[in-house]
Design a protein around this ligand. Structure first.
Ligand code: GLU
Length: 971
């Protein structure tokens, strides 16, 4: 393969040096000997032309050495309704241009006295009609001599004479230039190898042709599709198209091209592995219109069913030239059927990424609605410099000149192109005369003209080298005389060429400029010139293919600003042009910043949400930011959290508990005020302790609601526990005292210990002191402070809290819970004590309510974890409610008596008096006279107990005025 590539470089260079050496200016008329030209006509059925002019099958130009040529002068006939015709319309660029390029090169070589000095090259050029079978049939002419068909003994002329062979015309060919379509080339190559005839193609790029075992005598001046596929993959990568579809024709070109693309799509490039995935791959035989339409419809439907970005919006196209026209035709039909014309161009539209099979000179791609299907296509073209000499030569072709007349196909082209007739044509009446027609306007030579000329030169150089090796004696010094003298003599080695030797020793060795790159492509973008209505401008002078980049030796350059999707309506001033974004051809849209890609296969992914506190170091990973940091809006890094919150006074969360606390404090003060002057009963110390604890509880609300500081945190930790322990310790001491008195009384008249007010205060202080003590130790062990809590509300917000978690604080209340439980137990135990001592009953009520409330609050507290304000608020309310319960249950009956039943608040001598009186009435002697409340209560309790036990037997005595005595020691 390497040697073949190098031919390109070498010959390109040679052409220039040869031109210079011979001082042959471009466009100069090359002298042509018309006696050496023969056109061979064929049966009409092989051609589709309706013209009654007999079509031409091949052309011959005599010479000392004959070169073969196979070119697609006609396209393949697909209009079956014309019968069994094989050849379709004449193909100007791919066919006639290449034929003329070969002629042009031969003329130049024949006029170059340095090359094959004295020997003239002739040609036998066949029309392949773009059909492999037809081309094979035609190619038999190249080998007719070799297979003995030149034996004329069996032939007779019309006049009865025996035909004589035109010996000079019946030479077998030295080498063949062609074919163009790989499918044709493969067939021709298979034939030529049998006869050891070297073949050199100026256009066939199929990979298989590089296989020297299969194609021993084949060489080419174009690179293999291996490189083209790599160039296409580079383009896809450049536009970030990772999910493309593939459409290719069922022939040597399409099959091999698609295979090369599939391989290249998986390749690493410069060490980076960026695979292009092929979403859907369709192999079509464009002669089967229904199947082709189905395949294209499926590709289009796939796009319709997906989002705007479109899956596989880009379709890589590896199709032979003739098929492309059909594919565009069918695509435009499908687009029309799907109502695509109304949709903004970027949507649901195939963007073709087409191989060099796409003929940019083919006007048929632009007719009718086909241009809409082709619009925006990216087309590869083998990089080749234009050859001004050939352009001039081609433009100067005019009927009547030898260069025109030697190529019979030019006449056909003229007839088709200018809709005219030559004077010797059978039906010329009413038509214009072709003789007057010459080329006008701009001219674009076919892309492979350079490669065709290269191929002819390669053969000429090889022949020259062989000539020098095999016939050295005939090499005469190149002087003015020798140059202008007739040829010296034939070289036998050249008249009967040893194909094997010629191919291996000479053709493959035509090379220099080693080190040059393997292949280069020009990248074109099809940008039809549109009018204001969005229709194609019929008389446009603008070239529809814009060069947007190139691929040189593996290096891609794209001028993005020239791409069609950037400039939709090129008639409008630049500022008003609608800018369309570059279409994406990906499996999925890019994920949002807060999402990561979960790769499902090499090119496809699902978008998965990252947690709100995670950032994305890359597209596929989410990582937690450290505490106190939150991801930046683009999620690329973490940033410190600035949002610091704490309870604010002006929210309902603070206002409601504050109001409750204030009301509670006012109520408590009211109780104290009402209570103090009239309190007569003993036990008031504990009552004051209780009232103090209640006030303290209310005050805790303000501590809890205040902005956390080391001081408020310290107070909170000690204060709440202290307030509650005081409250419940006092109640516990009260209930416990009564229970003990009661229990003792049932057993003996001995007074239980520690029932004096002082000892009760002492007991309460001891119980409270315990709590206070461990709270102090706790403060010492963990000094109070504040901290930012990032988890409480959500990590985006820092909550200013105390440095101990709230549940720790709840643990500190366990002691209070124990007190509450004990208190409740004793309240339950003493619930049956006589009504005048029913303070325990109220304490009981207070305890039950407290228990229920705290259980409810704890579940509420943990259920509202995410709302720290609600938590604090509920804690404040619960504390206030506990105080309320105590205040209401214990003190409201007393206040009621004081306010509304003042007469009941009379200090009777005391309960002892009652008891004595009752005892007296009941003949129960009890002379003990207690001066303090305690003994009197104690004794009256005993008396009551006894009274109860005897009540049933002396029923009528049990109607005393116990009403007032019940309240005797009420306060
Ligand atoms: N490279 C094409 C093939 O191998 C032929 C292109 C052309 O004829 O320009 O079939």
């Amino acid at each position: 393969m390497l040697s073949v590539i190098l031919i390109i470089v070498h010959v390109g260079h040679s052409i220039q040096s040869a031109s210079k050496a011979n001082q042959l200016s471009f466009g100069e008329q090359i002298p042509i000997d018309m006696s050496r030209v023969e056109t061979i006509k064929t049966q009409k059925s092989e051609y589709s032309s309706e013209s009654t002019v007999q079509p031409i099958r091949s052309i011959r130009i005599d010479g000392d050495i004959i070169l073969g040529g196979v070119f697609p002068v006609h396209s393949k006939e697909t209009r079956y309704y014309y019968g069994n015709k094989i050849c379709g319309d004449i193909a100007e660029t791919r066919g006639v241009h290449r034929v003329e390029a070969m002629m042009y090169a031969i003329d130049k070589i024949n006029n170059d006295t340095d090359l094959l000095r004295g020997m003239k090259l002739g040609a036998l050029i066949m029309d392949s009609c773009s059909t492999p079978a037809f081309a094979l049939n035609q190619s038999l002419d190249f080998v007719r001599d070799l297979i003995g068909t030149s034996d004329l003994s069996g032939y007779q002329c019309n006049d009865g004479s025996v035909p004589t062979e035109k010996q000079s015309f019946r030479k077998s060919v030295a080498a063949v230039v062609g074919g163009s379509y790989s499918s044709v080339t493969v067939q021709v190559a298979n034939l030529l190898r049998l006869f050891q005839i070297a073949q050199i193609s100026p256009a066939s790029t199929n990979n298989d042709l590089s296989d020297k075992k299969r194609f021993e005598f084949f060489a080419r001046t174009v690179p293999s599709d291996h490189y083209q596929a790599r160039a296409m993959v580079s383009i896809a990568r450049e536009f970030n198209w990772t999910y493309v579809s593939l459409l290719y024709t069922a022939d040597e070109y399409g099959d091999q091209g698609a295979d090369s693309f599939k391989v290249a799509a998986k390749d690493t490039i410069n060490g980076t592995y960026r695979q292009i995935c092929i979403d859907d791959s369709k192999r079509v035989d464009t002669e089967k219109t229904k199947e082709t339409k189905k395949a294209i419809t499926e590709l289009m439907q796939k796009m319709q069913s997906n989002h705007d970005y479109g899956w596989g919006q880009v379709v890589v196209l590896f199709a032979n030239t003739d098929s492309i026209q059909k594919i565009m035709n069918i695509t435009s039909q499908v687009m029309e059927e799907m109502g695509e014309w109304t949709v903004n161009g970027k949507k649901k539209k195939i963007i073709w990424l087409a191989s060099e099979g796409w003929d940019r000179n083919n006007k048929n791609y632009m007719v009718d609605n086909l241009w809409k299907a082709a619009d925006g296509a990216i087309v590869l073209m083998l990089k080749s410099p234009s050859i001004p000499g050939f352009d001039e030569y081609y433009k100067s072709l005019r009927p009547g000149t030898p260069t025109f007349e030697r190529n019979g196909w030019l006449k056909e082209l003229w007839r088709e192109k200018y809709n005219c007739r030559f004077s010797d044509d059978p039906e010329w009446a009413g038509k214009e005369r072709c003789e007057n027609k010459t080329h006008t306007g701009s001219f674009h030579a076919d892309d492979k003209v350079q490669f065709t000329i290269n191929a002819v030169y390669a053969i000429a150089y090889a022949l020259d080298a062989m000539y020098r090796d095999e016939c050295p004696s005939q090499i005469v010094q190149n002087t003015w005389i020798t140059r202008n003298s007739p040829k010296i003599s034939n070289c036998d080695a050249l008249s009967k060429i040893d194909g094997n030797k010629f191919y291996k020793n000479y053709l493959l060795k035509v090379k220099f400029n080693e080190g040059d790159g393997p292949a280069s492509y020009t990248i074109l973008n099809y940008q039809p010139d549109l009018d204001e209505n969005g229709d194609i401008e019929s008389n446009s002078t603008k070239a529809p293919y814009v060069e947007v980049g190139e691929w040189l030796e593996g290096q891609l350059t794209i001028k993005h600003e020239l791409m069609h999707w950037n400039v939709r309506n090129n008639k409008l001033p630049l500022t008003l042009r609608v800018k369309n974004p570059q279409p994406a051809s990906v499996c999925m849209e890019e994920c949002k910043p807060n999402q990561r890609k979960q790769i499902t296969d090499n090119c496809c992914w699902a978008c998965v949400e990252c947690h709100p506190y995670q950032y994305k170091p890359n597209d596929t990973t989410c990582i937690d930011c450290d505490l106190g940091l939150m991801p930046s809006p683009d999620r690329l890094r973490c940033e410190p959290v600035n949002d610091l919150v704490y309870m604010e006074w002006a929210t309902p969360y603070a206002i409601i508990p504050t109001l409750l606390a204030i009301i509670g404090i006012v109520a408590t003060i009211f109780v104290i005020v009402v209570f103090t002057p009239v309190v007569k009963a003993s036990g008031r110390e504990l009552s004051y302790i209780l009232l103090g604890a209640i006030i303290l509880s209310y005050l805790m609300t303000f501590i809890l609601l205040a902005k956390p500081t080391a001081i408020t945190c310290g107070i909170k930790r000690i204060g709440i526990g202290f307030a509650f322990s005081t409250l419940y310790a006092a109640m516990f001491v009260k209930t416990n005292r009564i229970a003990r008195i009661f229990a003792q009384a049932t057993r003996s008249a001995v007074r239980p210990c520690c029932i004096s007010p002082l000892s009760q205060v002492g007991l309460t202080a001891a119980l409270v002191g315990f709590q206070f003590g461990y709270c102090l130790i706790w403060l010492f062990v963990k000094p109070p402070d504040v901290k930012k809590d990032f988890e409480m509300v959500g990590r985006s917000t820092a909550v200013l809290t105390c440095n101990v978690p709230d549940h720790h604080f709840l643990y500190s209340l366990i002691y209070d819970v124990i007190l509450v439980v004990l208190c409740t137990v004793f309240a339950v135990k003493t619930r049956k004590v006589p009504e005048n001592f029913n303070e325990t009953k109220f304490i009981g009520f207070s305890m039950y309510t407290t228990c229920v409330m705290w259980v409810a609050w704890i579940s509420f507290y943990f259920g509202t974890k995410s709302n720290f304000m609600l938590q604090i608020s509920s804690l404040c309310i619960s504390i206030s409610m506990s105080a309320n319960v105590a205040l209401i249950c214990i003190f409201s009956p007393k206040v009621y008596i004081i306010l509304f039943e003042k007469h009941k608040n009379v200090r009777k001598p005391d309960g002892e008096y009652m008891l004595s009186k009752r005892s007296f009435n009941n003949n129960r002697a009890n002379s003990t006279y207690a001066t303090s409340d305690e003994p009197s209560q104690y004794t009256s309790l005993l008396a009551e107990q006894r009274r109860k036990s005897e009540y049933s037997s002396t029923r009528k005595l049990s109607q005393p005025s116990t009403g007032s005595s019940a309240q005797d020691t009420f306060l």
